[in-house]
Design a protein around this ligand. Structure first.
Ligand SMILES: Cc1cc2nc3c(=O)[nH]c(=O)nc-3n(C[C@H](O)[C@H](O)[C@H](O)COP(=O)(O)OP(=O)(O)OC[C@H]3O[C@@H](n4cnc5c(N)ncnc54)[C@H](O)[C@@H]3O)c2cc1C
Length: 454
């Protein structure tokens, strides 16, 4: 009898915990190293946010099987949880009340990974050497060995900077006391920081939209609060998403509600605003864009997405797409330059394994590199396939066991998307119909000419 393969899992986020569940089910030996003091450390930073996917898309099947044995009640599949509920009703019981309790090591930050006895340049016998995983905990620095490594450490801890060229804008680091990244809780824990202030939000994804909507809500309660939306693109409508055509309905509704706020003028819009520098002028931030445009604000929230921290993989032979920083076989499937719709076909070990470093896999949010379209359910399918691959079940590794919803975020763009709002024109036109809005589509179908929207 040979000992079961050991698998080091870097990160105890939703996908890391699911990985451990699949690895256990396969009779392998997982150990999960988590940098934060508790599992789901990254989700805890955005726990005030409501998810755009309902419970039925947020629970991994192997994790649910582990939980079922503890008498766990699965939440209503059609309800949209907040990040906090995702933790309280799912991730926390999973990490503390199931067999995962014995394999998750919190406050263990992985700092580097190599092959035992092999530096990056040494080839002969490399594939047979175990991985050596360096980590830091409250006792100092230590190392452990494992037969396989799955890096599911996410991207939350490495947000993109404000600079439009991918570098921090000139002065960004110097003024970081008044700059926040990601999605601060502006109406809750961070309320006193933002209430009554002029707050610029940079970005055009769901984090930027959600924060701007929260600031608009804060302005209702705290007079003097003003939200300014800074976006690089000339076309704000691109950020409104697929509206009623988005199969993740909550996400579609968010875009529609946001467009209505913009139209009402409650959010000031500065489009075509590629940030180059940040200075201080009379105690306020001066945010500067190309062409010497400037916007004055008390606070800046940078919500320009995330990028993977590749430093811990630098002593391994990792093949990543040079632009997206995702595994080379996955990158063409998710390249945001090509995939505006966000629909990605399910994929697994074949796309995520590292050919030059057998036994190493990237999965979860980190596997998407700089692409913003990751869904938890995609990650659960990835790690089901990877666990099968490590266990030697190639047929299960190659099988696809997931049907993804079409996210339908392909907008037609242009200002007509703002006009095509519920209450005005009956919402966006059905996809594939050459009309500016739902009412116009109905009018055209009835043989009328002109715009059906009054
Ligand atoms: C605001 C927001 C809302 C989202 N909403 C949805 C949604 O509605 N539906 C959906 O499907 N997806 C959503 N996503 C996308 C994605 O599914 C989530 O980000 C999800 O948490 C990704 O899971 P993960 O396990 O890959 O990474 P993470 O949740 O980021 O977990 C990674 C873990 O690794 C740990 N870690 C990092 N570095 C190290 C290290 N060096 N050593 C050890 N541990 C480390 C982190 O502390 C963290 O706990 C959302 C994302 C955000 C940011």
């Amino acid at each position: 009898m040979t000992a079961p393969k050991s698998v080091a899992i870097i990160g105890a986020g939703p996908v890391g915990l699911a990985t451990a569940a699949h690895v256990l089910e396969r009779g392998l030996k997982p150990i999960v190293l988590e940098a934060g003091p508790e599992a789901a450390h990254a989700v805890r930073q955005w726990q005030h946010v409501q998810l755009f996917s309902p419970w039925r898309y947020n629970i991994d099947p192997a994790a649910a099987r582990l939980l079922a044995a503890t008498g766990w009640n699965s939440p209503d599949p059609e309800i949209y949880p907040t990040g906090r509920e995702l933790i309280e009703l799912y991730l926390s019981p999973l990490s503390t009340r199931t067999a995962l309790r014995d394999v998750v090591r919190t406050s263990h930050r992985v700092t580097a990974i190599s092959r035992a006895g092999f530096d990056k340049a040494k080839s002969k016998g490399r594939a047979d050497a175990p991985f050596e995983i360096r980590y830091r905990n409250d006792k100092g620095e230590a190392a452990l060995e494992a037969d396989a490594v799955i890096d599911v450490s996410g991207t939350w801890l490495s947000p993109n900077p404000a600079g439009h060229n991918g570098l921090p804008a000139l002065g960004e680091t110097q003024h970081n006391a008044r700059i926040a990244y990601g999605m601060p809780d502006v109406t809750g824990a961070q309320r006193t920081r933002y209430a009554g202030r002029t707050v610029a939000v940079l970005g055009a994804g769901h984090s930027a939209i959600g924060t701007l909507m929260d600031l608009a809500a804060l302005a209702e309660q705290a007079p003097g609060t003003q939200a300014i939306w800074l976006l690089r693109s000339e076309d704000p409508a691109k950020a409104f998403g697929g509206g009623s055509t988005d199969k993740l309905a909550a996400r579609g509704e968010l875009g529609i509600a946001f467009a209505a706020l913009v139209r009402s003028g409650r959010i000031r819009v500065e489009s075509g605003f590629p940030v180059t520098g940040i200075t201080d002028e009379d105690g306020r931030l001066q945010i500067i864009a190309t062409g010497d445009r400037g916007v004055s604000a008390d606070e800046l929230i940078v919500a320009t997405g995330f990028r993977p921290d590749l430093s811990l993989l630098s002593e391994l032979r990792v093949g990543l797409d040079p632009a997206i920083e995702a595994p080379v076989a996955l990158a063409p499937l998710i390249d945001p330059n090509e995939h505006s719709c966000g629909t990605v076909r399910p994929h697994g070990a074949r796309e995520l394994a590292q050919a030059d470093e057998p036994g190493l896999y990237l999965a979860g949010m980190k596997s998407y590199g700089r692409a913003p379209t990751f869904l938890m359910m995609t990650g659960y399918e990835q790690v089901r396939s990877i666990a099968a691959d490590i266990a030697g079940d190639k047929a299960a590794a190659d099988r696809v066991e997931l049907a993804l919803p079409e996210t339908g975020v392909c907008t037609r763009g242009g200002l007509e998307s703002i006009a095509a709002l519920p209450g005005c024109c009956g919402g966006p036109a059905p996809s594939g119909v050459d009309s500016c809005c739902a009412d116009d589509a109905k009018a055209k179908a009835a043989g009328r000419t002109g715009c059906g929207c009054s």
